[in-house]
Design a protein around this ligand. Structure first.
Ligand SMILES: [Zn+2]
Length: 357
């Protein structure tokens, strides 16, 4: 696995606490582009200048789902407030990492009341997150405070990203959406020495998981003509899921709609044409719940021509999500080809495609 991807997965960064991820991305991206900036919420904005004033925005979010410490009990156990979506099933007996104000990290294990002796109907239910606690091996509140831990500290899954056995599957936390942050870095790397028509502005956004907040502020700052949001989507290739439209290894998924955006039809057609011509593997994606940065970006000004490109992912919002390296490559190739082939007249053509028969 490329070292960028490993580091992107491993770094802690929940919504509003993306500083370490932002610092890493700024360091990597600065030599590849003309300008790097941040908006007031912290989204990193990397600009590669083109030969025209057309601006195409790419967007991938830096934040991952996690927790903030909400209370420290007299017993030394710590309670947590979820920040982003968590499913109780994937939390128990997992190792998490507290990052203190000074940047020190402390390991903890998520515990609950033991199942022994519980009535079946209680034992078989998903345990409510508010009934779970983080066990850091302390016997009193004083012991916890002595470690430098305070209410409001960030908690993230502890996992070292790696290849799963000898497969092409990459295992890690936070692939949602750090894998697409990696895709954006790879796209900029491949364009580094090339002259292209549009300005390419890659936004590494904050606070997506709690309502696409960084997408709103960064797209205001960027004022794009066209936008491609990049995010993971459910990989439907597992037992019990009726329709495997998206699957690991089947390529990049062109998102038709989710709960926050309908793909701009002209842009969808243009991107699909590039995929066919370049023989890049792709599927369609349709999600009835959830959204991506595109949900905010397309509502900027009087509307931005926008769609989402999705990367299939299994088990996201857990310690052990899986992505396929061929899908990453397909996504990179599709974006690079689209940007390289872009002509200035495409903006007017895309805008008109909304209204003409
Ligand atoms: Zn996401």
């Amino acid at each position: 696995m490329n070292e960028w991807f490993r580091q992107l997965s491993n770094l802690p960064g929940i919504p509003g606490h993306e500083k370490k991820v932002a610092a890493f991305i700024k360091k990597v991206v600065t030599p590849m582009v003309d300008h790097v900036d941040q908006d007031q919420l912290g989204s990193v904005i990397a600009t590669k200048k083109g030969t025209t004033d057309v601006t195409i925005m790419l967007s991938a979010h830096m934040d991952e789902v996690g927790f903030l410490i909400s209370s420290i009990e007299a017993s030394g156990m710590v309670r947590m407030q979820p920040v982003g979506g968590w499913w109780g099933h994937v939390m128990l007996a997992q190792v998490f990492l507290i990052t203190t104000r000074s940047g020190k990290t402390v390991e903890g294990i998520v515990g609950s009341k033991p199942p022994h002796g519980m009535p079946a109907e209680v034992r078989n239910r998903v345990i409510d997150i508010k009934d779970m606690f983080l066990d850091i091996g302390c016997a009193s509140k004083e012991d916890v405070l002595a470690l430098g831990i305070q209410i409001g500290d960030m908690v993230t899954p502890k996992m070292d990203a790696r290849r799963l056995n000898d497969s092409k599957l990459l295992l890690g936390k936070a692939w949602d959406d750090r894998v697409c942050c990696g895709v954006q870095l790879e796209v900029l790397k491949r364009l580094e020495k090339k002259t292209i028509v549009p300005n390419v502005v890659a936004a590494f956004t904050v606070q997506e998981e709690i309502g696409l907040r960084g997408a709103k502020t960064s797209s205001y700052k960027i004022q794009p003509d066209i936008a491609l949001a990049l995010d993971v989507t459910m990989s439907n290739d597992m037992p019990g899921v009726p329709k495997a439209d998206t699957a690991l290894g089947k390529g990049v998924a062109l998102s038709l709609m989710d709960a926050t955006v309908i793909a701009h039809r002209g842009l969808l057609d243009a991107v699909e044409k590039v995929a066919i011509q370049e023989k890049i593997k792709y599927t369609y994606d349709m999600m009835v719940v959830g959204g991506t940065d595109a949900g905010e970006i397309h509502k900027q000004r009087d509307g931005v021509i926008t769609m989402t490109l999705s990367l299939p992912c299994r088990y996201f919002h857990s310690h052990t999500s899986l992505v396929h390296e061929d899908d990453i490559e397909a996504m990179v190739q599709l974006i690079v080809a689209y940007l390289e082939q872009f002509k200035p007249e495409h903006v007017a053509q895309l805008a008109a495609s909304k209204f003409e028969d």
